[in-house]
Design a protein around this ligand. Structure first.
Ligand code: HEC
Ligand code: HEC
Ligand code: HEC
Ligand code: HEC
Ligand code: HEC
Ligand code: HEC
Ligand code: HEC
Ligand code: HEC
Length: 444
C-alpha cells in the first residue's frame, strides 16, 4: 500500500465515522502498547517491527470494537474485542478479505455433517474434535458472557482456516499471517501451508518436499526474495515455486489471489475425483504459472500424465470399490449398524480417503513416492487383500458374482487369475500396457 492509499484509508475512516479510527501512533494505542510492552514484551515487539507497527496501524485499529458487538468488553477505558476477524482486517484490506471469504478455505469450518466428523466424535470424542479437526478447519467461536474476553474456552484459542466468527464472517487471516507480525514473507513459505496440508490424507507438504520444486526451494531459499514487496514469479524470483507461487501469488498475467481454488481443475478429495466447475479456465490459470519457468509442451506433458493417474485411480479402484461397498450397505449386510463400527468401513475409507488421495495428490504435484509407494501400492494392497476378502466373507451371491466377474473379465484386474510367466511376456511386448491406453485419451 502506498502513502496515498494509506491517506485515503484515514480520510475514509474519518468520513465514515466508523467505530475505529486509524490511530497512527495516537494516544489510545500508545497507552495499549506501553502497558502491553511491560506485560507481553514479545507480543509488543512482533507488532512494533511489523509492517503495521512501522506504518502506525495500532492496537485499537484492529482490536477496537463497538459496544453492541457480542464479543466486546471494556478494557482500560476502551471498548475492545480480542478476536480480529476477516471483517475487521477487511476494513483496510477489502480485496484480500473478499477473496478469502469467497474461497474454499472459508467453508472449512462446515465439517460437522461430514463422515470425518462422525468418525472423530464416535471413534474419538469431543476433545479431539476441538484440538484436532477444529485447529485446522476452524470451529464456531462461542460467546461466554462470564469469560474475561467473552470467548468460550472450548472454542478459543482457534485460528482454523474456516473459523466461524461471531460477526458472521468466516476464516482467520492469522491462519497464514501469524500475529502480530502479519508478514507476507512468512505466508509465502511452504512451511506455512504445512501446518494443515500434511499427513496421511493430504500430504501436500511431504509431496512438495520430495518434488524437484521442494528440493530447489531448499537449496535456494535465501535467494528467493521472500521479503520483497513485489513477488512476481519469473521476474522477482525464479529458482523454485512454493505452494503460494502456484496457488496464490502473482504472475506477469495474474494478480495475487486469496482464492486458493482459482487454479485447480480436479478435486482430489472425494472417493471418485471430479472436474471442478469451469475447470479448463482454472487449469489455464495454473499453466500460466508453470510457463514462467517451463515451456508449453513440458507443462502439457505433466497434465497428460497427471490426468491418466487420476483416471487410473477412478476407473480401476475407486468405482469398483465404491460399488462393492455400496452393495453391501444397501443390502443391510454389515453386522453393525453404525458407520465405522465394521472393519470394512475402515478399509473402504482408507482406500479413498488416505491411500487414494495420496496417489492423486502425489501425481498432481510431482511426488513419485507418494504416487506409487504411499499411493497406488497401498490402494492395490487394500483393494485385493483387505476390501475384497472382507466383502467375500459376507457370502452374498450377488456381491460374490460381481467380484468374480471383475477379477475374471476386467482387463485391468484379470492378471490376478493368470500366471507370472505369461504376464511378464505381455509386459515385455507392451500388450498389458495397451489395456491402460484408454486412460490417456482424456482431453487436455
Ligand atoms: C487500519 C488499517 C489496517 C487494518 C485494520 C489491518 N491492516 Fe494490514 N496493513 C495496513 C497497512 C497500512 C499496511 C502496510 C502496507 C504497506 O506496507 O504497503 C498493512 C500491511 C499488511 C500486510 C503485508 C505485510 C508485509 O509483510 O508487507 C499483511 C499481510 C496485512 N496487512 C494483513 C492484515 C491482517 C491479517 C489484518 C487483520 C488481522 C490487517 N492487516 C488489518 C493496514 C491495516
Ligand atoms: C494498564 C495496562 C493495560 C492497558 C493500558 C491495556 N491493557 Fe490490554 N491487557 C492488560 C492485561 C493485564 C490483560 C490481561 C487480562 C486482564 O486481566 O484484563 C490484558 C488483556 C488484553 C486483551 C485480551 C487478551 C485475551 O486473553 O483475550 C486484549 C485483546 C488487550 N488487552 C488489548 C488491549 C488494547 C487494544 C488496549 C488499548 C485500548 C489495551 N489492551 C490496554 C493490560 C493492559
Ligand atoms: C493488524 C491487526 C492487529 C493489530 C494491529 C494488533 N492485534 Fe492483537 N491480535 C490480532 C489478531 C488477529 C489476534 C488473534 C485473535 C483471533 O484469534 O482472532 C490478536 C490477538 C491479541 C491478543 C490475545 C492473544 C495472545 O496471544 O495473547 C492480545 C493480548 C493482543 N492481540 C493485544 C494486542 C496489542 C496490545 C496490540 C498493540 C501493541 C495489538 N494486539 C495489535 C490482530 C491485531
Ligand atoms: C492437520 C490439519 C487437519 C486436521 C487435524 C483435520 N483436517 Fe480435514 N482437511 C484438512 C485439509 C488441509 C483438507 C483439504 C485437503 C485437500 O484439499 O487436499 C481437509 C479436508 C477435509 C474434508 C473434505 C472437505 C471436502 O470438501 O471434500 C473434510 C470433510 C474434513 N477435512 C474434515 C475433518 C474432520 C472432521 C477432522 C477431524 C476428525 C479433520 N478434518 C482433521 C486439514 C485437516
Ligand atoms: C492461505 C493462506 C492465507 C490466508 C488465509 C490469508 N493470506 Fe494474505 N497472503 C497470503 C500469501 C501467500 C501472501 C503473499 C502473496 C504474494 O505476494 O506472493 C499474502 C499477502 C497478503 C497481503 C499483501 C498483499 C500485497 O499485495 O502485497 C495482505 C494485505 C494480506 N495478505 C491480507 C490478508 C487478509 C486480510 C486475510 C484474511 C481476510 C488474509 N490475508 C488471509 C496468504 C494468506
Ligand atoms: C489452518 C489450516 C490451513 C492452512 C494454514 C492452509 N490451508 Fe489450504 N485448506 C485447509 C482446509 C481445511 C482445506 C479444505 C477446505 C474445506 O474442507 O472446505 C483447504 C483447502 C485448500 C485448497 C483446495 C481449494 C479448492 O478449491 O479445492 C488449496 C489449493 C489450498 N488449501 C491451498 C493452501 C495453500 C497454498 C496454503 C498456504 C499458502 C494453505 N492452503 C494454507 C486448511 C489450511
Ligand atoms: C509447481 C506448482 C505447485 C506447487 C509448488 C504446489 N502445488 Fe498444489 N497443486 C498443483 C497442481 C498442478 C495441482 C492439481 C491442479 C488440478 O487438479 O488442476 C495441485 C493441487 C493441490 C491441492 C488440491 C488437492 C485436492 O484435494 O483437490 C491442494 C490442497 C494443494 N495443491 C496444496 C498445495 C500445498 C499446500 C503446497 C505446498 C506444500 C502445494 N500445493 C505446492 C501445483 C502446485
Ligand atoms: C519458479 C519456477 C518454476 C515454476 C513456476 C514451476 N516449476 Fe517446475 N521446475 C522448476 C525447477 C527449477 C525444476 C527442477 C529442474 C531440474 O531439476 O532439472 C522443476 C521441475 C519440474 C518437474 C520435474 C521434471 C523432471 O525432470 O523430473 C516437473 C514435472 C515440473 N517442474 C512441472 C511443473 C508444473 C506442471 C508447473 C506448474 C504447475 C511448474 N513446474 C512450475 C521450476 C519451476
Amino acid at each position: 500500500m502506498n502513502a496515498l492509499k494509506l491517506f485515503g484509508i484515514m480520510v475514509t475512516a474519518i468520513l465514515l465515522g466508523t467505530t475505529w479510527a486509524f490511530a497512527a501512533g495516537g494516544g489510545e494505542t500508545d497507552k495499549c502498547a506501553a502497558c502491553h510492552q511491560q506485560k507481553n514484551p514479545g507480543l509488543y515487539s512482533q507488532w512494533k517491527n511489523s509492517a503495521h507497527g512501522k506504518q502506525g496501524v495500532g492496537c485499537l485499529d484492529c482490536h477496537g470494537a463497538a459496544p453492541k458487538d457480542v464479543d466486546a468488553f471494556t478494557h482500560e477505558g476502551a471498548t475492545i474485542a480480542t478476536l480480529v476477524t476477516p471483517k475487521d482486517c477487511g476494513k483496510c484490506h477489502e480485496k484480500e478479505a473478499d477473496e478469502t471469504m469467497r474461497s474454499y478455505h472459508a467453508t472449512a469450518g462446515e465439517i460437522l455433517e461430514s463422515n470425518d466428523a462422525f468418525l472423530a466424535h464416535v471413534g474419538g470424542g469431543q476433545p479431539v474434535a476441538i484440538a484436532g479437526c477444529e485447529s485446522c478447519h476452524g470451529g464456531k467461536v462461542k460467546i461466554d458472557p462470564k469469560a474475561p474476553n467473552k470467548l468460550a474456552k472450548e472454542s478459543w484459542p482457534n485460528s482454523g482456516i474456516g473459523r466461524i466468527n461471531p460477526d458472521g464472517s468466516k476464516g482467520a487471516c492469522n491462519a497464514c499471517h501469524s500475529r502480530h507480525s502479519f508478514s507476507k514473507a512468512q505466508a509465502r513459505q511452504p512451511e506455512n501451508c504445512g501446518k494443515c496440508h500434511l499427513g496421511p490424507d493430504h500430504p501436500q507438504k511431504e509431496i512438495y518436499e520430495e518434488s524437484k520444486h521442494g528440493i530447489a526451494y531448499a537449496a535456494h531459499k535465501d535467494s528467493m526474495k521472500l521479503n520483497n514487496d513485489s513477488w512476481v514469479v519469473g521476474v522477482d524470483y525464479y529458482d523454485a515455486p512454493t505452494c503460494a507461487t502456484c496457488h496464490m501469488s502473482a504472475t506477469q498475467k495474474q494478480p495475487v489471489s486469496h482464492d486458493v481454488g482459482a487454479r485447480i481443475s480436479w478435486t482430489l478429495r472425494p472417493p471418485i475425483s471430479k472436474h471442478k466447475d469451469n475447470w479448463q479456465a482454472k487449469r489455464g490459470n495454473m499453466q500460466d504459472v508453470c510457463s514462467s519457468c517451463h515451456q508449453g509442451a513440458f507443462v502439457n506433458g505433466h497434465y497428460y500424465q497427471y490426468d491418466a493417474m487420476v483416471e487410473l485411480y477412478n476407473e480401476k479402484f475407486a468405482k469398483p470399490a465404491t460399488a462393492i461397498y455400496k452393495m453391501l450397505k444397501d443390502k443391510g449386510l454389515l453386522e453393525r449398524k453404525a458407520e465405522f463400527a465394521n472393519e470394512i468401513d475402515w478399509q473402504y475409507w482408507e482406500l479413498w480417503h488416505h491411500e487414494g488421495r495420496r496417489a492423486r495428490m502425489g501425481a498432481a504435484m510431482m511426488g513419485p513416492d507418494y504416487t506409487w509407494w504411499h499411493g497406488i501400492y497401498d490402494v492395490a494392497q487394500n483393494f485385493y487383500f483387505k476390501l475384497i476378502p472382507s466383502a467375500l466373507a459376507y457370502k452374498d451371491a450377488e456381491v460374490t458374482a460381481y467380484i468374480d466377474n471383475l477379477l475374471k473379465t476386467d482387463p485391468m484386474h484379470n492378471w490376478i487369475n493368470r500366471d507370472t510367466k505369461t504376464l511378464k511376456e505381455d509386459i515385455r511386448s507392451g500388450k498389458l500396457q495397451e489395456v491402460y491406453r484408454k486412460l490417456f485419451q482424456q482431453q487436455q
